[in-house]
Design a protein. Structure first.
Length: 134
């Protein structure tokens, strides 16, 4: 389910994301309250899709908190994806991955924002907070 008031170009992005998740058998709902940075959102969603667990659920929340916009994506996971320091666990089997996370961190820093990845109740929660109007 996708509900938004975006331009045709933005709508094409959401259609692509919906199609990609639907073909993967992932339940996907998106409710947009304010617009953020599409590249940032795209990389967050790609990361959620890559780390999706057998529950195949992704929750996307975008809202404003005072002078900041918050993008929070929660996806099911089947086991740990973060180490004890909160960094993603990579192995030789998934070599080449991590570019999306680096892009998320770089974009967040470029917008003077903050980024947090955490595991909670069998979910990976990725939160980005950036100044509103970015």
């Amino acid at each position: 389910t996708i509900e938004n008031n975006q331009s045709d170009e933005d709508s094409d992005v959401w259609d692509y994301i919906y199609d990609k998740t639907h073909r993967s058998g992932i339940g996907f709902a998106l409710f947009i309250f304010s617009c953020g940075v599409l590249w940032l959102l795209s990389n967050l969603l790609d990361n959620a899709i890559y780390h999706i667990g057998s529950g195949k659920k992704i929750l996307v929340e975008i809202d404003d908190i005072q002078d900041y916009s918050r993008i929070r994506i929660t996806n099911s996971i089947d086991g740990p994806v973060l180490d004890e320091k909160g960094a993603f666990i990579f192995s030789k089997d998934n070599e080449g991955h991590g570019y999306g996370v680096n892009t998320i961190l770089t974009l967040t820093a470029n917008y003077n924002g903050r980024c947090l990845f955490e595991e909670t109740d069998g979910n990976l929660v990725s939160t980005v907070i950036i100044p509103s109007g970015t």
